[in-house]
Ligand binder design. Sequence first.
Ligand SMILES: NC(=O)c1ccc[n+]([C@@H]2O[C@H](COP(=O)([O-])OP(=O)(O)OC[C@H]3O[C@@H](n4cnc5c(N)ncnc54)[C@H](OP(=O)(O)O)[C@@H]3O)[C@@H](O)[C@H]2O)c1
Length: 299
Amino acid sequence: MTILVTGATGNLGGAVIEQLRHTAIPLRALVRDRAKATALAAQGVELVQGDLSQPADLVAALTGVDAAFLVMPNDPQQVALECGLIDAARQAGVRYVVKLSVLRSGELPSTLQQWHRQIEQHLEASGLAWTHLRPNMLMQNMRWFAAGMVQQGALYHSVGETAIAHVDVRDVAAVAALCLSQPGHESQAYDLTGPEAVSLTQVAAYFAAALQRPVQYVAISPAAMKAARLANGEPEWYLDAEAELFACWQTGAGSAVTSTIADLLQRSPTSFADFVPDYVQTHPELFAPADRPATFPNA
Ligand SMILES: NC(=O)c1ccc[n+]([C@@H]2O[C@H](COP(=O)([O-])OP(=O)(O)OC[C@H]3O[C@@H](n4cnc5c(N)ncnc54)[C@H](OP(=O)(O)O)[C@@H]3O)[C@@H](O)[C@H]2O)c1
């Protein structure tokens, strides 16, 4: 049994490899650039070169694989590219795909939720066994705000005062690893949240305590957020999609807590209060005061 992990040099795929590499299961990582994955190779992970935009590579990369973890960044071609991987998996004889989706996939009108649902539906119709993992906003997104917290003492965001049940990537990855390595999770869609919903005012207070300096949450308008991040070079389609999502979150769509992680892992998911001091300690490069120029709004 071999497990193939896509996105292995990224946030979620990397965390899934980290969870699985202590098992005896052979691991294969689909990577665009082998040079970025030398650490994975050193851990015994087999590297196969491939790009989701080059479907010709994918069937060979997936041959001999039993189960695959599917994740890629948000991209205007995301639906086509992820569906292409699913088609290649079927052709290659893969049995099972665990798809990284998003909370409230298909339920909310926002573009990202709709894209993820289209991919989920393609997977469900493919004949492959499947599991959908639907995480809420990730605690690790705070990396985008680290420089502003250190240099400006401010966490700027346009999501308002709503409490959100953020989830730790490592808990999502632990669920992915469980699904990929143990039977019994087929045809399930798992909504994955942290143990409580917290406002960004509270999150800023956690960072202030961990950094031992003042950090305040500063609520800004969606227009101000978009203008500043456009100036930082981020693509307009993404900023618009994110603004749609934040508008949904402001109505409480990301506030509910699920017991899924605790039920599956038999332990509580990480709280934001516990996440922050650990993250500050283990990511000193993000919180070094002079390393990066302060930006508004820290994107
Ligand atoms: N952030 C959140 O709060 C959140 C919450 C729920 C769901 N999500 C979902 O999570 C996904 C993003 O995951 P992530 O944070 O792990 O992303 P990430 O850290 O940006 O990593 C993306 C990975 O995908 C690889 N990749 C990109 N384009 C590729 C291509 N064309 N072919 C093959 N590999 C490719 C990258 O490889 P390279 O190293 O070569 O670039 C990298 O390994 C999105 O679908 C998003 O909707 C995010």
